[in-house]
Design a protein around this ligand. Structure first.
Ligand SMILES: [Zn+2]
Length: 224
């Protein structure tokens, strides 16, 4: 299951969703399966396909404890008796991509889905994943190009972060029309003004706003 398949490989070899016997091995980063959220996605149908594909990935060892479920020495210092990332479960199930879309998209009676303007919940592990995808889609799509520090914290230790991030970029492309707004804004901040293509969200340009619309109170520190 550690072999990364080449793009274009058919997905019928996708691993099943049950933890396998190699699960005690160290976390291996992106596991088998096609890249989720590839640039070949086309609109909402592609987004749904990517969401379903996410759900078919095999469970993975916790990236924090390496499938032991035990707290690190540092975690113990803070009083943890089990790994605080996986709650001692040692594995993370595949993300439920369809549930994530349901949590972060709003159709509002229109024909085209839109990214919700209000933040989804972020209490449970599953909710934290949805929050991460929502926030990273806002980041790449140019709704909020401040650094998504809270979202990154919420999925710390989750071995599916790479896939969730790619999924967020796909969501940005479909709902915002681009996944490059933050890249342009931060490139400009780091390397000085460079000619940017027209038609990007205002947040992509050096003098533009950082956030379009509301920002959750919990993310206020990201603007400091
Ligand atoms: Zn763990």
């Amino acid at each position: 299951m550690n072999t990364r398949m080449t793009p274009g490989t058919t997905p019928d070899a996708a691993p099943d969703s049950a933890p396998d016997t190699t699960a005690t091995a160290a976390p291996t980063g992106p596991a088998a399966g096609e890249p989720v959220g590839s640039t070949t996605l086309r609109g909402e149908a592609g987004l749904l396909a990517a969401a379903q594909q996410l759900g078919r990935l095999a469970a993975r060892p916790c990236a924090r404890c390496g499938a032991t479920g035990a707290p690190s020495a540092e975690d113990r210092r803070f009083g943890a008796r089990v790994c605080p990332r996986c709650d001692g479960v040692a594995h993370f199930p595949a993300p439920d991509g369809v549930a994530i879309l349901r949590a972060i998209l709003s159709s509002r009676g229109r024909s085209r889905a839109a990214l919700r303007t209000s933040a989804p919940a972020n209490r449970s592990r599953a909710e934290c994943r949805a929050y991460f995808v929502w926030r990273l889609a806002r980041f790449h799509g140019g709704v909020d190009v401040s650094m998504p520090a809270l979202a990154a914290t919420l999925v710390s230790g989750d071995p599916f972060v790479t896939e969730l991030h790619a999924f967020a970029e796909a969501v940005a492309r479909v709902t915002c029309g681009t996944d490059l707004a933050a890249a342009f804004r931060w490139f400009g901040a780091l390397h000085g003004d460079a000619p940017l293509p027209a038609g990007l969200p205002a947040t992509a340009y050096p003098a533009g706003p950082v956030v379009l619309g509301d920002k959750p109170e919990a993310e206020a520190l990201e603007l400091v």
